[in-house]
Design a protein around this ligand. Structure first.
Ligand SMILES: *Cc1c(COP(=O)(O)O)cnc(C)c1O
Length: 353
């Protein structure tokens, strides 16, 4: 399939790279492709960024049959644009598609289409340290129909947004709050997919945490509310004694690509890394006995997010000395250096556009 390219007549003015926030500015072009039962995925095209016009009865608006991904394009020191493990994102998009009854995409074709879009938009990839071009592939159900079933038609689009350095104010630890009142996902559900409803379902708990002065929610499992799952929209790691440990993928946890990268790097450095069940009680006990060294989150947006304080019911713990731990710092530096091409990562992690 050939991607048809229609250029925008009037390119937008580029934003000040030193003042970029997150997710408010979009580039001149987007990728679009449609699905129908008769034609499969067809009509791939790059065209001017524009609103989607849709019927108010469009299925995704009512039943949330939609999935997305999040990754970034980075400018290296030579001025070239590169991607970090993008094949993993399209693989995960198809895993999400499967759970949401959305027809699979051709992963290699989607990556090639993304590269073509990035080639058209190459001037939009910022070069100030820590900045990047955020990439949001999305698939939505487009039948105009109010019955509950899987849609027969879909739209796959990719939009791009230049984003600022996540730690513009410095690499500082966050405060997190364990919730027992809300759960994010349950086994057998869709917690292991990037589907829209998961995020809508997390908002109320997030609001409550913010009101109490915390940055993120620490989610426990949906059955016993005992075992740790994730933090906000990040995976989570604990350093207890000399063990780096993270909750095992139970079916309700999002399999993060940053998570996988931390595990792989930790092992390559000779660390003891485990994926297992970790209860909140174990973490509190490890802190009480002085064995809890660090807690940090992992995800594409922040790479690594160190946790300085954790609140669970009436217990408030300060992790380490409340500052950024050495391992959080080491993983952050290593992954960021690989993403921006300052050092070479494991084979296949970085891909030129
Ligand atoms: C995207 C996401 C993550 C992190 O995944 P990465 O691939 O590392 O960006 C973790 N948890 C949730 C709920 C997410 O949506």
């Amino acid at each position: 399939m050939q991607v048809r390219i229609t250029k925008a007549e009037q390119p937008k003015a580029k934003p000040d790279e030193n003042k970029l926030g997150f997710g408010t500015i979009f580039t001149d072009h987007m990728f679009n492709m449609d699905y129908s039962v008769e034609n499969g995925w067809h009509h791939p095209r790059i065209e001017p960024y524009a609103p989607l016009v849709m019927d108010p009865s469009t299925m995704v608006l009512h039943y949330g049959q939609g999935v997305f991904e999040g990754l970034k394009a980075y400018r290296n020191a030579k001025g070239e644009v590169q991607l970090f493990r993008p094949r993993e994102n399209f693989k995960r998009l198809n895993a999400s598609n499967h759970k949401l009854c959305i027809p699979k995409i051709d992963e290699a074709f989607a990556l090639d289409a993304l590269k073509q879009l990035l080639t058209v938009e190459t001037d939009w990839v910022p070069s100030v340290p820590g900045t990047s071009l955020y990439i949001r592939p999305t698939i939505i159900a487009t039948d105009p129909f109010l019955g509950v079933r899987a849609s027969f038609t879909y739209r796959f689009f990719i939009i791009l947004s230049p984003v600022g350095a996540y730690y513009a104010e410095g690499f500082n630890p966050v405060k997190i709050m364990v919730t027992k009142e809300h759960v994010r996902a349950v086994r057998g559900g869709v917690g292991d997919t990037k589907t829209m409803g998961n995020y809508a379902a997390s908002l109320l708990a997030g609001d409550k945490a913010h009101q109490a002065g915390y940055t993120q929610v620490l989610w426990l499992d949906g059955v016993e509310q005992k075992f740790i799952e994730e933090v906000g929209a990040m995976n989570i790691f604990f350093v207890i004694d000399d063990e780096l440990t993270t909750p095992m993928l139970s079916g309700s946890i999002l399999p993060g690509i940053t998570r996988d990268s931390v595990i792989a790097l930790g092992k390559s450095w000779g660390m003891k890394v485990t994926e297992r069940k970790i209860s909140i009680d174990e973490v509190i006990d490890a802190h009480a006995s002085g064995r809890l060294k660090e807690i940090f989150g992992s995800g594409t947006a922040a790479v690594i997010s160190p946790v300085g304080e954790l609140k669970y019911a009436d217990t408030l713990i300060t992790v380490g000395d409340g500052k950024v731990g050495p391992l959080a710092h080491k993983f952050f530096q290593a992954i960021q250096d690989i993403q921006y091409g300052a050092i070479e990562g494991p084979a296949g992690w970085v891909e030129a556009v």
